[in-house]
Design a protein around this ligand. Structure first.
Ligand code: NCD
Length: 329
């Protein structure tokens, strides 16, 4: 995968002060496939440092004068607001297009044209779109970095990066751990990205899903080729006791063509205190959120419930990514 934009490298109107030789300068972030172990170590070192800076002083002007365009064709709470917070804590600002129906998209403007418009005003574009491959398409047309904030059922690379950062910060690492992915593994883009990302390490992956929502075989093949052990289950009871990271997902209602089919599988799994009795004392429960019943609220006070802390790790991870692609870290 192309990591840098040739047009950016040769760009003649780069603002003064950018480190064009910085390692991630001008990168698009389209898929987790573009990251090596070395990249992850670097990104997490930056994210960890930013976490400490935010705790101490809230932020600093690393990206002063920089502008991010937040272009969302699908609903979002966490991803869009954490990118906004990340940019603003680093002294930059944001053009929010969270509801494309109020933009020229409703007049029929194409994605390439919208992206080419926004990059006239912004330095980086964060894009969420219902179509698989939309971020790649946007990146093909854009001179400025494009960050994929979810392309349909494809990928959600920044979510997986923050998920893995959560695992590192909470459990001290992922090596040797058993990661159990639960729920809608067919349509959930976060698990498509996360399964690929953790497979860079020595892990064991369990997939727990109803028959019609299983992890796509092509992704399992990709991961299997790396020598990672993967096992599929329909029941969570079978694996809860060996699990170090339980990653719960919502059944992606909006991806179903047949409402009756959705009704059949919704509510099949509920992680609650009773189930957690069988889980290790030192493990974490994660969820990209929103949850719609897969994790009972009674679990929220359990120290193993990491899903609220996970959102906060997202802030530091996205601060790191923005600093990196803008050549400042
Ligand atoms: C996820 C998404 O949009 O894919 N949300 C998020 O970014 N935190 C998960 C979901 O919608 O279920």
């Amino acid at each position: 995968m192309e990591r840098t934009k040739p047009a950016v490298q040769g760009n003649s109107h780069l603002p003064f002060g950018d480190q064009q030789d910085a390692p991630y300068y001008g990168w698009d972030i389209l898929s987790v496939k573009q990251f090596s172990l070395e990249d992850l170590t670097y990104i997490y070192a930056v994210a960890h440092e930013l976490r400490e800076i935010v705790a101490r002083i809230g932020g600093f002007d690393l990206l002063k004068g920089k502008i991010l365009a937040n272009l969302f064709y699908e609903p979002s709470t966490r991803t869009s607001s954490s990118f906004t917070a990340a940019m603003e804590r680093l002294g930059g600002s944001v053009i929010p297009i969270n509801e494309v129906t109020y933009s020229s998209v409703s007049k029929g403007e194409s994605l390439p044209d919208t992206v080419r418009t926004l990059e006239c005003y912004a330095d980086v574009i964060v894009l969420r779109h219902p179509k698989v491959g939309a971020a790649q398409e946007a990146a093909d047309f854009a001179r400025k970095p494009v960050i994929n904030a979810g392309d349909g059922v494809g990928e959600h690379p920044t979510q997986a990066l923050l998920d893995l950062f959560t695992i590192f910060e909470e459990l001290g690492g992922v090596e040797g751990k058993t990661v159990t992915l639960l729920g809608d593994l067919k349509n959930g883009r976060t698990v498509h990205s996360l399964a690929r990302l953790v497979s860079l390490y020595d892990v064991k992956i369990n997939y727990v899903a109803p028959e019609i929502l299983k992890m796509p075989p092509e992704i399992m093949q990709e991961i299997g080729a790396r020598g990672v052990a993967q096992t599929e289950f329909e029941e969570l009871d079978a694996v809860i006791s060996e699990t170090d990271v339980l990653y719960v997902t919502r059944v992606q209602k909006e991806r179903f063509e047949d409402e009756a089919e959705y009704e059949q599988v919704r509510g099949q799994y509920v992680v609650d205190p009773a189930l957690m009795k069988a889980a290790k004392e030192k493990m974490i429960v994660m969820h990209p959120l929103p949850r719609v019943g897969e994790i009972s609220m009674e679990l929220d006070s359990d120290p193993r419930a990491a899903y609220f802390r996970q959102m906060e790790y997202g802030l530091y991870t996205r601060m790191a990514l923005l600093a990196l692609v803008l050549g400042k870290a």
